[in-house]
Design a protein around this ligand. Structure first.
Ligand code: ADP
Ligand code: MG
Length: 401
């Protein structure tokens, strides 16, 4: 059994939908039991966001989610029609028709569960189900969407429920050592471990959505990234596998980047740890992701400066909740930043990577504002306009080209 997911560019035009349907038809004729999941046509989600935004409705508004869900409604029906044209029986399914049950806020919901009985019935009747990704409903029937890249999560969850493999078809032939749009010499990886893929995704490599990888890891769903732009059988792709299944030993697997980061500093916070706890609790409640936390002693005795980075798009929201939660603390923000990250399971054994990262970026005259490490990752906060140079320099320095 295979769940095949097609992203926005893979269903971006009638021709692309036809080509994707051809790949599904080919697999079905080879005897695979196929279920398809689709994103909205490329550009559609942004277009709809713009329309809702004209009325001041942003991500996080019930009505924005109702509008957004229309994108996948269109593409799922078109894909079903394309499969029919290719001589197969197919039928579209919207989130509420399974249903896919979600919890969490509009625009950033999580999948709480799903019922695949209607899909099983369709499959038994020889019909290929085409599921609208990115959407579900709450227990009370409200339409919800899953956030950017959410169709990857729809696909992983469907694959778990259907006990299928999860094939993610996109516009690149797998997971590369870095974004091939930034470094044309990036190489495709045959395999990548869940944990490395998680770090790459969390640090900005949008080829797979972070939560979908978490889900696949937790539920043991085999996941593969493939190109929908090649002919059937021509895509080599990348398998996302457990660390033990990686044959090739390498220090670094990839370089990721995230543009448009901001750094917030809280000056004069008390050094009692409940201050920091209150700060991060209020941000978590507002769904603001926080990274690269630094706490330093301030000149004023008993006080500290607390600094951390967030995505620029969360800045207004973060400042609003912090001004509420942190009275008597001065809050400042720096924008125009980016994050570059080097990811690899081999970093566990190598303490000198921080030094070499400083050296590589230093050679390029790129200032490192903050450095953060985890077991298998090292990230630097730099200026936005240096990000492509930084990615290419690190990619070469760690022998990835
Ligand atoms: P889809 O619409 O199919 O979900 P995305 O745009 O979300 O596709 O993800 C695919 C894109 O991810 C590629 O076009 C590529 O520019 C980008 N990307 C970033 N990092 C990587 C990487 N390490 N390997 C492959 N692609 C990457
Ligand atoms: Mg995507």
């Amino acid at each position: 059994r295979v769940v095949a997911k097609f992203g926005g560019t893979s269903v971006g035009t009638i021709e692309r939908i036809r080509h994707a349907a051809g790949l599904v038809a080919d697999a079905a004729r080879r005897g695979e039991t196929m279920t398809v999941v689709v994103s909205a046509m490329a550009g559609e989600t942004d277009r709809i966001l713009g329309l809702a935004g004209a009325f001041g409705s942003g991500l996080g508004d019930r009505e924005t989610d109702v509008a957004l869900a229309a994108g996948e409604q269109v593409s799922s029906a078109l894909m079903a029609l394309a499969l029919r044209e290719a001589g197969l029986e197919a039928q579209s399914f919207l989130g509420w028709q399974l249903p896919v049950i979600t919890d969490g806020p509009p625009g950033a919901s999580r999948i709480a569960g799903m019922d695949v009985a209607v899909l099983e019935a369709a499959i038994d009747a020889g019909i290929i189900p085409v599921v609208a990704g990115f959407q579900g409903i709450t227990e009370t029937g409200e339409v919800r969407t899953l956030g950017r890249g959410g169709t990857d999560l729809s696909a992983a969850a469907l694959a778990a429920a259907l006990q299928a493999r999860c094939d993610i078809y996109t516009d690149v032939d797998g997971v590369y050592t870095t974004d091939p749009r930034v470094e044309p010499d990036a190489r495709r990886l045959d395999t990548i471990s869940h944990d490395e893929m998680l770090e790459l995704a969390a640090q900005g490599a949008k080829v797979l959505q972070t939560r979908s990888v978490e889900f696949a890891k937790a539920r043991g769903v085999p996941m593969r990234v493939l190109s929908s732009f090649l002919e059937a059988g021509a895509s080599r792709g990348t398998d996302v596998v457990s660390e033990q299944a990686i044959a090739e030993r390498r220090l670094v697997s990839g370089v990721a980047y995230a543009r448009d980061q901001a750094r917030i500093a809280l000056h004069g916070a008390s050094n009692r740890s409940d201050m920091a706890a209150r700060c991060f609790a209020s941000l978590a409640e507002a769904e603001v992701g926080v990274d690269m936390i630094v706490q330093a002693h301030a000149r004023q005795p008993g006080t500290v400066t607390l600094e951390f980075s967030i995505a620029h798009r969360d800045l207004d929201r973060a400042q609003a909740v912090l001004e509420d939660a942190m009275t008597g603390v001065r809050i400042s923000a720096e924008t125009g930043l980016a994050k570059v990250s080097v990811v690899g399971a081999g970093l566990r054994q190598r303490a000198d990577v921080a030094r070499s990262l400083f050296a590589v970026l230093g050679d390029q005259d790129i200032a490192v504002k903050v450095l953060a490490t985890s077991e298998i990752k090292i990230s630097a906060l730099i200026e936005n306009d240096a990000v492509e140079r930084a990615v290419r320099a690190l990619h070469a320095a760690y022998g990835l080209d």
